[in-house]
Each structure stands twice: as structure tokens, then as C-alpha cells.
Design a protein around this ligand. Structure first.
Ligand SMILES: Cc1ncc(C[n+]2csc(CCOP(=O)(O)OP(=O)(O)O)c2C)c(N)n1
Length: 639
């Protein structure tokens, strides 16, 4: 294989390449991607699918003058490689390394930060309108997937863009996949565009579209004969997009470099909003990813030869949820499960297979998922809505207006709560305690381990009002789940360790951190009482009162933003009960947390057990004798 990739430092470096060389470069990039993601983990399948598209975009357009906005941004690795970050790919998603998503702080070529789906057309339209107001002249391109196109924001943006009529290019990268196979009527429509010959335009229609190109339009129309074969495939109606005010071009083979270059070059000189429909294959060029695009959507380290993932031993919270919900569905025929395009991520695959008629993948439509659940609950069903904490942010109003206000028994399985690690700030679920805690009628819990999680799910389904359970990404504590499930009294905390010097109140995953802090302090002769609060709402007021009467020093620990979170709830409770205590709150301060392994992030935030124990002793040095304190400080909590 020729070594072209090493000479690519900026997009300018590909401009002189021939189509054959671009194809060679595409092959090199694929093999580079497979090897680097096999070590770092990341979004492989989507990136393998956009190698030619990314090359063609950077060949035809002049980034960073021309702006390319990547929807979700998980498919921006090739773009990163072409814009001078190839050598940093080995640090991808690692603490201090480059992000797995576009980041303007990282490169001038990343014009708009993304991570959540379906934002690119809105953002690109915003850039285009700002450009026009400034009377500037450059292209703005949004690259969006067919999965992203299930999200409502896309339609709001298309609707607006068509009306504005400004120059804007939308590339619809259609690979028939969201993370799982794409769903919905729009997906079927795209499929018809892709396959139904009756959708092909007449030559007259094609010419009409081409003559819209100012100045050179008629010439191109005359020259169309030369592109006859290409045009036959690229100009089909896309009526729906046309009705929205877009010129539709497609479908285009997104792995055919020549075709892409021709179409993009033509589109570049056309006026108004244009949508190019490209057809690609997720995982293209790597058999394991091609065969299992959902597994290789976001993947951990794997063996390149076999495609086998590096194995983990302890069950994840998601797997525990999966086991529970399948059993629950067998017991109660009213149980239905809803996901917003995350069937495997949220552990609903098994449920979907066993109860297909009770399983609903609504697409990337979190807001709709929640109101849909409200409708179902109103009509006697017991829906569980399974959405990651960060994506549930999109459905804040629906939780309040459609579920809580009517006190409907919807269970929210809020997966990936707290710090999630390598996906970084767009994906950390560190706001949910704050955005759920103040909603009337809604009960909010967080389990400290797998067994408690199962009991909480059991409790949630036994209640007749909305309940949210937030739980972290990844492995549990390795605690066995008892066969007998217990109802956890609503709003009741549980004391795990008795003490006399201070009280530690923790919630969810932070209970494990609390246990470690308690252990470190114990070695210093400090007796901390540790309480697993279990419920953030209703908070166990009696417990807070009791602790405040017995302890003047109180510590709260949470893996949520401090503002409005669990510690805030404890402070409110103290004040409301006219109790006072010296309170030290541990949680995430007023900042966005970068990517990296969760344990590294905890350490970076001084939320690792050692740092917290040290902070506690610093705060209240009197709980140690002076000599011991010196020892403690310099020996960093070594007992
Ligand atoms: C609001 C939101 N919900 C869910 C996700 C999780 N997610 C990331 S990529 C993806 C599928 C996107 O499909 P598509 O746009 O077709 O891109 P592809 O991966 O197929 O290239 C989903 C559901 C997200 N990023 N944002």
C-alpha cells in the first residue's frame, strides 16, 4: 500500500491527489482507523462509513473557511485525521487527549461542537444566516445521518432553512442504521428513494434543477449528457425535501469517490438550500464492523484479527436492568418498554426479542418517547422509558408537563447517570439530580449496588406515580442480586456504618466512594457514620434531622453537579428543619468535565476517596490530634 497518509497534515494536502490516489488514501485511512480504534475504543462503524465522504468534502470545500458541521460528531475521526490530528489519534477519548467529538477548542476545522444528535442543520443554518448578515461568502455544510433525521430538531431546521432560502448544503449520510437499524416512516421513505425506480426523474426535470445554478446552469445542463450515467443515479425527486424548499440530489453512492466529487462540486455552485442524499454502509471495509454495525457503533478495545471485544467480568447496571425488565414483563402484561434509538445501549434487546409488540423504538426522539409513555400510562399501561441521563435533558418539559403534572405511573430508567468517561462533557449525566429533583409528584432514587437497583426497580413498578431511577454506566459492584425482591420504603435512607465524629451522606454510585472514605478515615481513628440516602426525592428528612442533632460535621457525596443536586437537597432540608451543621459537599463544581476514564476524572476533580478524606481532615483538623494530622497529610492517608 502506498504511504499517502503520512504526508497529509492539512486538507490542502489532498487537493492535488487524483481520484485513484484519493481511493488509495481512503484504504490507508480505513486501516489506520481500525488499528487505532482497536486500542483506544471509539465509534468505529460510522467512521468507516464516511471515509470517502470526508475526503470528498475536504477535497471540494476549503475548511476552515468553508464550514463543515458534523451531526452527533461521532463520525468526525476521518475529518480529524485530515485536519492535522492523525498523530493525536492514539490519545483519542483519553484523559488529556483529543475528544471523540468535534471540538472547536481543539481545531479551527471543528466549527461547532456536537455530541447529541440532530443539531447540525440548526447550527449550520445559524452559521449561514450569520454569514449572510456579515455579507461573507463561503459554504456551510451540515453532515447528518438518517438516524439523526429521526430527531425532531432536524425538521424544525429544515422547515426554517427552506423558508430562509439561504445557501446551505445538507449531506444526508444514509446508511440505514441509527445505532441499531433505523426506524420510522422517514427511514422507509429514504429506502424508497434508494430503491424504487419510479422515483427517478425525467431528463427535463433534471435539467430544470441544473438550470437553477446561476450563470453556468444551462451549460451544465447541456453538459449533462457527459454525466449521464452519474446523473441517472443522482437526480431523483426527494419530493418531501423539495416541498420543504430544498433542492434534492441523490441518491449518491457515498463510497464512489468520482461520483461524490462530481456531485459536491456541482452542489457547491448551486444556490439556496440543497440536500444531497448519500448512501453509505456502516462499517465499510472491516468485516466484523460491517456485519455488526451496532456492536461497532461505539466499541471498547478489540482484537483486529477476530473482531472480538476485550471481555469484562462483572455485570453492568444496564445488564441488571435488562434481566429485571424481562422478568417484570413476564409477570405484568401492562409493562411496555420505550427507547429512543438505544435498544442495546439501554439493555432492551432481550425485551424486544421476547416482547416485540410491547417494545417501542421511537428513533432519536426523547421528547416524544416521554409523552408517548404518558399517553400509554393514561391508558392503563406501565411504561418504562429507558434513556441516558444526558439525552433525557431533551425531554425536561415532557417529564413535567405530560407525566408529572398528571401524576402518571411512568418509570424512567435513567442510564449512564454521573460521569460516563471517554465520551466526555456532551455525555456526562451530571445534571439529572438537579433537573428531576424539583418536579412535583416525581420520585427520584439512585442505587448503590446491583441488588439495591433491582429492589428500586421493583419499588418503582409497585408505585402509582412517576419514578426516576438513575444509575451509572458500566459494571456494578459485583454484588449478587437476590432472587427475593424487596420494596424499599419510599423516602427512607439506610445507615451503613455507625460513627461519632462526622456523618457522610451519599447517594447512588457515591455510596461506594463514601465507604472508601469511611475506611480511610477509620484508619486514622476517625469514626464517620455513613448513610446511603437512596432517595433524593423525597429526601429522608427524619434522617437528616437525626444526623444534624448528633453531628456538627456533615459530608455529602454525589456524582452530579453540586448546584441543585443531592447536597443542595440536604442543605435545604437542614434549613427547613432549622438545623445547623458544618456541611462539606463533594460533587461536580460549576464546570463541564472533560473526557477520560471515570476513575481519572474522579481524581482530577478531587473526588477520589483519598482526596476527599484529606479534604475532610483539612476541614476539621480537630478530629485528628495535631501530630496525627501531620502524619496524615504527608503520608496521604496511609493509616
Ligand atoms: C439526543 C441523542 N440521543 C441519542 C444519541 C445516541 N446516538 C449517538 S449516534 C446515534 C445514531 C445516529 O445515527 P445516524 O445519524 O444515522 O449516524 P450513523 O451512526 O448511522 O452514521 C445515536 C442514537 C445521541 N447522540 N443524541
Amino acid at each position: 500500500m502506498k504511504n499517502l497518509l503520512t504526508s497529509i497534515k492539512t486538507p490542502q494536502d489532498i487537493k492535488h491527489l487524483s481520484v485513484q490516489q484519493l481511493n488509495d488514501l481512503a484504504a490507508e485511512i480505513r486501516s489506520f482507523l481500525i488499528n487505532s480504534v482497536s486500542e483506544s475504543g471509539g465509534h468505529l462503524a460510522a467512521n468507516l462509513g464516511v471515509v470517502e465522504l470526508s475526503l470528498a468534502l475536504h477535497y471540494v470545500f476549503n475548511s476552515p473557511v468553508d464550514k463543515i458541521v458534523w451531526d452527533v460528531g461521532h463520525q468526525s475521526y476521518v475529518h480529524k485525521i485530515l485536519t492535522g490530528r492523525k498523530d493525536q489519534m492514539q490519545t483519542l477519548r483519553q484523559f488529556g487527549g483529543i475528544s471523540g467529538f468535534p471540538k472547536f477548542e481543539e481545531s479551527e476545522h471543528d466549527v461547532f461542537n456536537t455530541g447529541h444528535s440532530s443539531t447540525s442543520i440548526s447550527a449550520a443554518l445559524g452559521l449561514a444566516l450569520a454569514r449572510d448578515l456579515a455579507k461573507d461568502d463561503y459554504a456551510v455544510v451540515a453532515v447528518t445521518g438518517d438516524g439523526a433525521l429521526t430527531g425532531g430538531m432536524c425538521y424544525e431546521a429544515l422547515n426554517h432553512a427552506g423558508n430562509e432560502g439561504c445557501d446551505l448544503l445538507v449531506i444526508l449520510n444514509d446508511n440505514e442504521m441509527s445505532i441499531s437499524r433505523n426506524v420510522g416512516a422517514m427511514s422507509s421513505y429514504l429506502n424508497r428513494l434508494r430503491t424504487d425506480p419510479s422515483y427517478f426523474r425525467t431528463k427535463d426535470e433534471i435539467e430544470m434543477v441544473l438550470t437553477r445554478i446561476p450563470g453556468i446552469g444551462p451549460n451544465i445542463a447541456r453538459a449533462a449528457g457527459r454525466f449521464k450515467d452519474i446523473l441517472k443515479f443522482i437526480m431523483v425527486p426527494g419530493k418531501l425535501f423539495e416541498e420543504l424548499g430544498f433542492t434534492y440530489i441523490g441518491p449518491v453512492d457515498g463510497h464512489d469517490m468520482q461520483e461524490l466529487l462530481t456531485v459536491l462540486s456541482n452542489a457547491r455552485s448551486m444556490k439556496g438550500p440543497i440536500l444531497i442524499h448519500t448512501i453509505t454502509q456502516k462499517g465499510y471495509g472491516y468485516e466484523p464492523a460491517y456485519r455488526n454495525p451496532d456492536v461497532f457503533h461505539g466499541v471498547g478495545p478489540f482484537d483486529v484479527e477476530t473482531g472480538q471485544l476485550v471481555n469484562k467480568k462483572i455485570k453492568t447496571y444496564t445488564e441488571v436492568f435488562s434481566d429485571f425488565i424481562v422478568k417484570k414483563a413476564a409477570e405484568d402484561s401492562r409493562v411496555v418498554a420505550i427507547t429512543a434509538a438505544m435498544a442495546s445501549g439501554t439493555g432492551l434487546k432481550d425485551f424486544a426479542q421476547r416482547y416485540p409488540e410491547r417494545f417501542f423504538d421511537v428513533g432519536i426522539c426523547e421528547a416524544h418517547a416521554v409523552t408517548l409513555a404518558a399517553g400509554m400510562a393514561r391508558n392503563g399501561l406501565r411504561p418504562v422509558v429507558c434513556i441516558y441521563s444526558t439525552f433525557l435533558q431533551r425531554a425536561y418539559d415532557q417529564i413535567i408537563h405530560d407525566v408529572a403534572l398528571q401524576n402518571l405511573p411512568v418509570v424512567f430508567a435513567v442510564d449512564r447517570a454521573g460521569l460516563v468517561g471517554e465520551d466526555g462533557p456532551t455525555h456526562h449525566g451530571v445534571f439529572d439530580l438537579a433537573y428531576l429533583r424539583h418536579i412535583p409528584n416525581l420520585t427520584v432514587m439512585a442505587p448503590a449496588n446491583e441488588n439495591e437497583f433491582t429492589d428500586m426497580l421493583h419499588t418503582a413498578f409497585a408505585m402509582e406515580s412517576p419514578v426516576a431511577i438513575r444509575y451509572p454506566r458500566g459494571a456494578g459492584q459485583g454484588v449478587a442480586v437476590k432472587a427475593e425482591r424487596e420494596f424499599i420504603p419510599v423516602g427512607k435512607a439506610v445507615t451503613l456504618r455507625k460513627g461519632k465524629d462526622l456523618a457522610i451522606l451519599a447517594i447512588g454510585r457515591a455510596v461506594v466512594l463514601g465507604l472508601e472514605v469511611q475506611g480511610i478515615l477509620q484508619k486514622q481513628g476517625i469514626a464517620a457514620e455513613l448513610v446511603n440516602m437512596r432517595y433524593v426525592k423525597p429526601l429522608d428528612q427524619e434522617k437528616v434531622f437525626d444526623l444534624a442533632t448528633r453531628f456538627s460535621r456533615m459530608v455529602t457525596i454525589e456524582d452530579n453537579n453540586l448546584a441543585g443536586g443531592f447536597g443542595s437537597a440536604v442543605l435545604e432540608s437542614l434549613i427547613d428543619q432549622h438545623q445547623s451543621a458544618d456541611v462539606l459537599r463533594f460533587g461536580i463544581k460549576d464546570e463541564f468535565v472533560e473526557h477520560g476514564r471515570v476513575d481519572q476524572l474522579f481524581e482530577y476533580l478531587d473526588l477520589d476517596p483519598e482526596s476527599m478524606a484529606e479534604k475532610i481532615v483539612q476541614q476539621w483538623p480537630e478530629i485528628l490530634g495535631k501530630k496525627k494530622w501531620e502524619l496524615f497529610r504527608f503520608g496521604k492517608a496511609q493509616g
